[in-house]
Design a binder for this molecule. Structure first.
Ligand code: FES
Length: 110
């Protein structure tokens, strides 16, 4: 089973995290299931950017993002070339290493 590695984040995952990917669940849902309280303001329908993550390893092995996801991502704080909306990522097919951005468009996480 592929592994999801979350790099340490000051408030959401101070020690980082590592867990096995679960089929049928978005990356956002799996983060929540493992106690990482990532924001998901729109209810995981690609209509906000609060679930933004940066994929540090595995980006190229993920299915491509949709136009809808790309349009929303353009509004994300701290957008990078390997950014994704975690609610739109089904990570079961590959190992991933992700970083949680320090901020979201909703509010600062300091
Ligand atoms: Fe809103 Fe993912 S939760 S885009």
């Amino acid at each position: 089973m592929p592994t999801i590695t979350v790099l340490p984040h000051e408030s959401l995952a101070p020690q980082g995290a590592r867990f096995e990917a679960e089929p049928g669940k978005s990356l956002c849902q799996q983060l929540l299931d493992h106690g990482i309280d990532i924001e998901h303001a729109c209810g995981m329908v690609a209509a906000c950017t609060t679930c933004h993550v940066v994929v540090k390893d595995g980006f190229g092995r993920l299915p491509a993002s949709s136009d809808e996801e790309d349009d929303m991502l353009d509004k994300a704080w701290g957008l990078t070339a390997t950014s994704r909306l975690s609610c739109q990522v089904d990570p079961v097919a590959t190992d991933l290493t992700i970083e949680l951005p320090k901020y979201t468009i909703n509010h600062a996480r300091e």
